[in-house]
Design a protein around this ligand. Sequence first.
Ligand SMILES: Nc1ncnc2c1ncn2[C@@H]1O[C@H](COP(=O)(O)OP(=O)(O)OP(=O)(O)O)[C@@H](O)[C@H]1O
Length: 659
Amino acid sequence: MAETATTAEGEAPAGPAGRQRMDSVLPELRAMWWETGVRARAEAGLFAVFAELPRLIWAALRVSWRVDRVRTLVVVATTVGAGVMAAFGLLATQRVLVELFAGGPTAEKVVAALPALAALAAATALRAGMATAMGYAQNGLAPKVDREVERGLFEVTTAVRLEAFDADAFADDMERASRGADSTTDLVQSSMNLLAGLAGLLAVAVAVAVIHPLLLVALLVATMPNAWASLRAGHLRYQTYAAGSVRRRRVWLLHRLMAERDSAPELRSYGLRRFLLDQYDRVMGVETDIQLALARRVTTTTTVGSMIAGVATAVVYVLLGLLLVDGQIPLAAAATCVVAVQSAQRSLSVVTFQVDRVYTEGQHFRDYTGFMTRAAAYLPDETAHPAGAVPDRLREVHVDAVTLCYPDRDVPAVDQVTLTIEAGQTVAFVGENGSGKSTLAAMIATLRAPTGGTIRWNGRPLPEWDVDALRARIAVVTQEYHKWPFTAATNIAIGDIGAEPGQDRIEAAAARAVAHEMITELPHGYETLLDRTFANGQDLSGGQWQRITAARGFLRNVELLIMDEPSSALDPRAEDALFQAIRDRQGRATTILITHRLANVRHADQIYVLHHGALVEAGTHDELMTARGRYSELFALQAAGYDTRQTAAAPLPHQTTGA
Ligand SMILES: Nc1ncnc2c1ncn2[C@@H]1O[C@H](COP(=O)(O)OP(=O)(O)OP(=O)(O)O)[C@@H](O)[C@H]1O
């Protein structure tokens, strides 16, 4: 099955040209190396399934125990109790039948059978009571397990280093992990049900063996074929699931592209509707073929299983008849065996269904636990610096020969950069697109770790400080800000959420970022929900969002403020006011400013010019202009755009090739 899926994944619907186009548009549809492990597991035989079950059940019991001991105990106790009652009930049935098939008047036989009948009634009632208690305890466990596991996942996804999100495999791993988290409740429930089914089956087996050992063989023959078929069907389903991880992610992406607000305007203006629908049809064409092939194989397997089971049951009944005729077993035992076979078949269909589910959900659960283990590699290394010191007030940030290579890149994004920023300075990082400014700022902000060199805060390397305490002293207004789906006030307050800032602080920060008036004009002022997908929610323009983002940075009022392209969408008045607010910090607090609007960095104490990751120039505006290097070239180029005389008369300075 995995082979079918693999081939289908790479297939374009229409010949070599279609295949080529499909590959170039949807390269992720090709099978990827990290799927190999999943496939290998999915291709494990039925023996491997059984070998794995105890471990999976044990894992489920451990999760359940951790979440709620009382309910787990109730489930285990009632499972065992219900099994004992089932065995007891069958033996009581046999006793009733023995009395009823004995010689003598019917009234006397019924009276003789009464104690056994009473025992049977009591066993049945107790069993029903235990099943109810088990169901109640299980239902209570489900939401708790869900919460525990999902929270565990979020604990990790919110703590891993940013690098994790650069790795392609991580995104897919996480997709399967969140499916695995959803599966945990199912794993716990199906493990409990499986245990209950097994207890029932064991009870029937014990009772039948007590009546006549040969009947045990009959029981096995009548029940095994269906068990095999349903196990095989579950196995096929998981193989298909494992092979389609990338495809599902693609469909999910297409879902979002075609149904979400963000992409709606471009989708229409570029006429992408047909293009995206075609992509959807291609992926889903492959998916539908795979699902149809799966349905065919599952139906064939279960049909063959049922046919063999039918023949086997007939053989058992013939065997019983022969034993009866031969006088090997009494009539009561034969009748009890018929009841037992039916009861065992019911129990076994529960068991096999649950084995299938435990195995299938268990694979997903292992995706979850595997992810949690793998993600640990991306967690901050607390063992290297167990008790990070609490940083003192910033005096100096020293960047010493710092390099950062992104994992999949040959050339470093930041290359051997050395510079020092003194407290109170406003420094600017400038340079063409892709020259490494944001990456360098992210390292100073502790968001990324250098792959070479050291960054020191007051002389001590960043990893030796307590990272949370350090981050509390730094505010970052990123270029790729996030539109948090909260109210305008909360959107600003999250800049210093731990301090629970009051309305006056929020408004003061908004005023510095030229956002106050704009917010008060919103339908509900600061309480306006900034998410169009909710009732009464509002959206803002790009520039308005940027003001809110800047307010978030100002609210924090920290020693080091990093502003990465804070004004790219601002109108001239707002931009001027924002840079005035940044200049107000000069001498009091430290600011790192990244901007392409070079007029705004003229006042900076130091300007660092980056090119292809390397620091190529440093100095004040006047020094750099006098040096007539890259900065002065970029500055003149920009200034020329505002100089009507020069624009009309003189040729523009030649721009050197940027990244
Ligand atoms: N997460 C990432 N994974 C791989 N490469 C990246 C990543 N982020 C940035 N890069 C690459 O690193 C280099 C530096 O990027 P960076 O964002 O630091 O540049 P920048 O100077 O801030 O650019 P801009 O002026 O366009 O904002 C670029 O070549 C970019 O493509």
